[in-house]
Design a protein around this ligand. Sequence first.
Ligand SMILES: *Cc1c(COP(=O)(O)O)cnc(C)c1O
Length: 411
Amino acid sequence: MTQSQSDEKMEMARGKVKSKAELSGSERTARIVELERESVIQTYTRQPILLVKGAGAKVWDASGKVYLDFVAGVAVNTVGHCHPSVVEVIKRQAAELIHTSNLYYTENQVFLAEELKTLTGMDRAFYCNSGAESVEAALKLARRATGRSEIVAAVNSFHGRTLGSLGATHKPVYREPFRPLNEADFVPFDDPEALKSAVSKETSALILEPVQGEGGVNVPDPGYLRAARQICDDCGALLILDEVQTGFGRTGKWFGKEHSGIMPDAMTLAKGIAGGLPMGAMLAAESVTDVFQKGDHASTFGGGPLVSAAALASIGAIKRERLVERSEQMGAYLRSRLVEEIDALEVRGLGLMVGVELEASCPEIVNRARERGVLLNATSEHVLRMVPPLVVGKEEIDRVVKVLAEILEKP
Ligand SMILES: *Cc1c(COP(=O)(O)O)cnc(C)c1O
């Protein structure tokens, strides 16, 4: 027990502080909001609810209020919250072996690599623990492969917040306080001509999202990535596809690259990979398989037995429940219902990665939807992002569309 926990026990014993069981939901929430401000570095703007439980596409707060979760941990909870088969595998694996480091062999990461190779057509995996780290690995790989350091990325891109990945993330307010960075040359998205003039024999890598996520769910023409492939081949630059958000069925295909039919040289994965546990992977194509030599890159936690087991269980669930097809079908249903019921400037997306552009203030809509039991995310003032778990049902979609329509009717 820590000092503060024992202090709290003493206070409870003196009757000064109520135990968790005695507090009401709103008291528990207020207490955590206050403690968080004092103890956690204030980098996040949080919604004022305390989440305590999840199942499928629903989460519950400390007062027992239920929410339809169309944020899904920011496109992480692909198989739904606490998917029973993922929970079962985590429990079993946790009791057996949680962590060993990569100084030794463990089984699950090898089985998972085999699975990822089959699913993507890529050739080798490197494991890490987040999206940004998978981008770091890919950028290092590109530098090692080409001996060049220049990067080309797209306007409105998001590739992470570490010093390397931040250089490829477009939003200037994220980058400017942290200069100097190895900053990318940013070109307009979905513009092959702009790529042609930016990518050169000095370029180490072109990094693109198959569908831009944080930038507002921007879907390019399928010809765009094919042009990107050709341009990189012509210049000897690596093409990195950042599939951190688009992977694992999110866009109605296993991976976003399938919409264009091309293969990248490196591919980054995280978010939906391991049923909600933190994990990242960088996959390399055959041409760059042997670029990293022993010692070139490493991660203490990377591909640990527990997260790898969770990833295998999550992939198993996606297959058994045909969630990739479901993402395609439910995504089409969600978009058609939105077009029918809502006066949007644009409804866009692929599969269950949907953006709704509105004239109204989206952060305001997020607040009002939350009050009515629907969790949404605004990527900017005028774009709502919907990335529900792929297990979401039609009735749940109908409910969310109805709530949104009612909010927009009564400003
Ligand atoms: C979320 C995201 C990242 C960063 O992932 P973290 O796990 O937050 O580091 C990188 N690229 C894309 C496309 C993302 O959506």
